[in-house]
Design a protein around this ligand. Sequence first.
Ligand code: ARG
Length: 571
Amino acid sequence: MSLEKLLADRLAQAFAAVACGPVDPVVRRSQHADFQSDAALPLARRLGRPPRDIAIEVVGRAELADLCTAVEVSGPGFINLTVADPALGSLLSTMAADTRLGVAPSAIPATVVVDYSAPNVAKEMHVGHLRSTVIGDAAVRLLEWLGHRVIKANHLGDWGTPFGMLIEHLLDLGESEAAHELSVGDLDSFYKAARVKFDADDAFKQRARLRVVALQSGDEQTLRLWRMLVAESEKYFLTVYDQLGVLLTDKDFYGESYYNDMLAPVTDELDRLGLLRDSGDAACVFPDGFTGRDGQPLPIIVRKRDGGYGYGATDLAAIRHRTRDLGATRLLYVVGLPQRQHFEMVFAVARQAGWLHPPAVAEHIGFGSILGPDGKMLRSRAGGSIKLVGLLDEAVTRAAELARQKNPDLPDAAIAEVARAVGIGAIKYADLSTDRIKDYVFDWQRMLSLDGNTAPYLQYAHARIRSIFRRAGIEPTGTPIVVMHPAEHALALELANFGAVVTGVEQTLEFHRLAGYLHTLATTFSGFYEHCPVLRAEDEVRDSRLALCDLTARVLRQGLHLLGIATPDRM
Ligand code: ARG
């Protein structure tokens, strides 16, 4: 159990006795002591007593002698707690002896679907897909580590009207030439060439239209060409995933077409439930509470007159499938903020249709844009969309230069490994360390800097600890941790907080909180290392400090691992 929780439980008992009912003591880290509880203040009105009196009585009743050296009331009624060194020491010794670092798997494992990455066939992945892939990957890692059953759903855009023109363009090029362009990731020029012909050439446009009809009616020859487009694009996306080191595999593609057979039954069900309405040239659902600027209700287009289904219909089918057939109780959609309203509407319809009800919940894990140095959407120099592969290659190249400067005598193979960990890590960390709903500026200098809240800083902090052991030619042993020095106390408090941070992120998926925690941990460790000699200390102190070093390295490693970031042993 986390230290915070331990203190909260003890205080909760005292509060309950004073308030004659349950009270959340809201224990938080504090500037003025190790922890603080503010719960007496909001109680004052209810109990008709001054908050200070309440706090004093709670302190009198709370059994904290084994955990705290000081429990004081300050200001209008804050309770300040200072944790006892022996309590910290025994807590950390237990944590160090546990391969899970004191973080127990969830008591109520859920089936969670993470819908993420989701690029579009025959189109370049853009930086929005990069964010979705990186954030989704962290979500999968963290939830799996906490014992949940996680289903990775890569909702590939692999169906719809553009496939008419894409298939016709493929035929114009010839199959082998098309396959070549797609497999080397020349997706944008492929897509654009098709688009240009579609816009300029009426005969081509007509062919494309007929091709859509053939595709929708299941024409075998057309399906074969469509499968080829999908397969070549998937191959390309997999190389990007491999380069990024994310967990997505070929088994996780559940593209839009996966739901094709469910669309008619879903539409029928909506109709039976009285939710479907004819609106001009489409059958739509109008979820309660959504209106446009003109005050008119907003539709989700289910089926168009030509028989095709809308993007929203597919998402409705996917929800129904995920809750009903997969038994999922938590549905996460890692998709950019511009699609917020779309998901709110889809969730609302799913609730009205009875496909999404407690305990099942759906959450849009939205995120902002990646901006260029000019503060506008990140674009290539030519003004087009950035090619992801080029961006990732550049990160690794830049990191290799850095590694060589720092470590001139590291062999090439080792440099390559460090460069990959640092370059890719830097890109991921820049993303995960900012509040995801905000935009952030893509800045090579900053993300690759060895100081500041960056991946290289944390990776370096980890490698530096590993080098202490390497230089001394020793391995960490299971010696108990004894906390004495104030710098040890500060470090111990941070370490003991790991579990609470992880379980917080399990709920909010705000990975910047985990990143921020790791950064604070690393800086606190620096303070400790500056003030407390380790290898030069006397026997028991030395062993305990080595154990603290090792525990810090393990928490950094595990924390970064949850973010999908590698931690090389030397840098
Ligand atoms: N393919 C879509 C895009 O590129 C994202 C899909 C998100 N997931 C979903 N279930 N709608 O914008």
